[in-house]
Design a protein around this ligand. Structure first.
Ligand code: PEP
Ligand code: MN
Length: 366
């Protein structure tokens, strides 16, 4: 007898569930229709005043047994789901997402393709210090058949009393050296006002970790026709990183490359923790080339080679590493830059491992 009663009540409950479902879906159709009308009138979809009125109406008519606060909580969820339905697809399928664009983006920098399946290296000093310093590194790159020369002219340092970089003069040095050795220049720009100026000097605008959520800078870099290398923020989630790239893309510049450079964790054995799994995640979720900066992620010269191998093995489009003619006297990051013989050994070890192939035939040094 008891069992039959239970069965009957359960049947009624199932019916009510289905009725609720139908009603919620009916509501969703209305919400979508309202969204279309509002959008045609240029009105904002989220309307807190209207939402308050709906909640008040529920409060006035509630006869229980649910408490009004409970009902309001449930309805808030329904409202939220409705609002999400109204949202355009753009919030669900970002311009940088694979969903939007299944093919890999290939970024061409001075006739060199990045993202075409061939893995590459970016190398150069942490900071530009002098013409001679950059030239020495450039010669080594040329000798190794490497095309991409990095160097910081604007240095976002932790302390305001540390070397801040040579500024525009540093960019000029990079450009002059790169022209002499036919290399492409990658350099960090820290201020939106410097983007236009930088166009004359660099082949790739780097946006550094500390500026990954400098939205004005992202928008400025997105408004010009120059490839951008966007580094992951010190404590940025992958979602935040991808959205930062979206800021650039949303302004029209789709030539974006991502760079995993380690994130801050509680681990102190390395300067940052290289999030190696971010590489395949970024490759899956976006269509952009992905680099790994082994210098800033580890902060340790002894880890550059194993982490570079890991990056290449896991499918990064390239590896960035810092090289200085005399790291001991470098004005920044002296503990982790390779000197030139160490760099050559680094490249030969990568080649020997079978993970890396030279981009070009090496050029004999004069
Ligand atoms: C750099 O590459 O010069 C640099 C400062 O790195 P990050 O922004 O990743 O710290
Ligand atoms: Mn550095």
């Amino acid at each position: 007898m008891g069992n039959e009663q239970l069965e009957e009540l359960r049947n009624q409950l199932d019916k009510v569930n289905l009725q609720l479902m139908e009603l919620i879906n009916e509501r969703a159709s209305l919400v979508k229709e309202i969204g279309r009308v509002k959008s045609a009138q240029g009105l904002n979809r989220f309307d807190p005043v209207r939402e308050r009125k709906m909640l008040d109406l529920i409060a006035e008519n509630n006869k229980g047994p649910f408490e009004t606060s409970t009902l309001q909580h449930i309805f808030k969820q329904i409202f939220k789901a409705g609002l999400e339905l109204q949202e355009d697809d753009h919030s669900k399928a970002l311009l940088v997402s694979r969903k939007k664009h299944p093919d890999n983006t290939i970024v061409t920098i001075k006739k060199e393709a990045v993202g075409d399946g061939k893995q590459r290296l970016i190398a150069g000093p942490c900071s530009v210090e002098s013409y001679e310093q950059v030239e020495e590194v450039a010669k080594a790159l040329k000798a190794e058949g490497i095309k991409f020369l990095r160097g910081g002219a604007f240095k976002p340092r932790t302390s305001p009393y540390d070397f801040q970089g040579l500024g525009e003069e540093g960019l000029k040095i990079l450009k002059d050296v790169a022209r002499k050795y036919d290399l492409a220049v990658i350099s960090e720009i820290v201020s939106p006002q410097h983007i236009e100026m930088a166009l004359d000097y660099v082949d790739v605008i780097q946006i550094g970790a500390r500026n990954m959520q400098n939205f004005e800078l992202l928008k400025a870099a997105g408004s010009v026709d120059k490839p951008v290398l966007l580094k992951r923020g010190l404590a940025a989630t992958i979602e935040e990183f991808v959205n930062a790239a979206e800021y650039i893309h949303s302004k029209g510049n789709g030539n974006i490359m991502l760079c995993e450079r380690g994130i801050r964790t509680y681990e102190k054995a390395t300067r940052n923790t290289l999030d190696i799994s971010a590489v395949p995640i970024l490759k899956q979720e976006t269509h952009l080339p992905v680099w790994v900066d082994v210098t800033h992620s580890t902060g340790r010269r002894d880890l550059l080679l194993p982490t570079a191998k890991a990056a290449l093995a896991i499918g990064a489009d390239g590896v960035m590493a810092e090289v200085h003619p005399d790291p001991a006297v470098a004005l920044s990051d002296s503990a982790q830059q390779m000197d030139i013989p160490q760099f050559k050994e680094f490249v030969s070890n990568l080649i020997e491992s079978g993970l890396y192939k030279r981009e070009k035939e090496p050029v004999q040094q004069k």
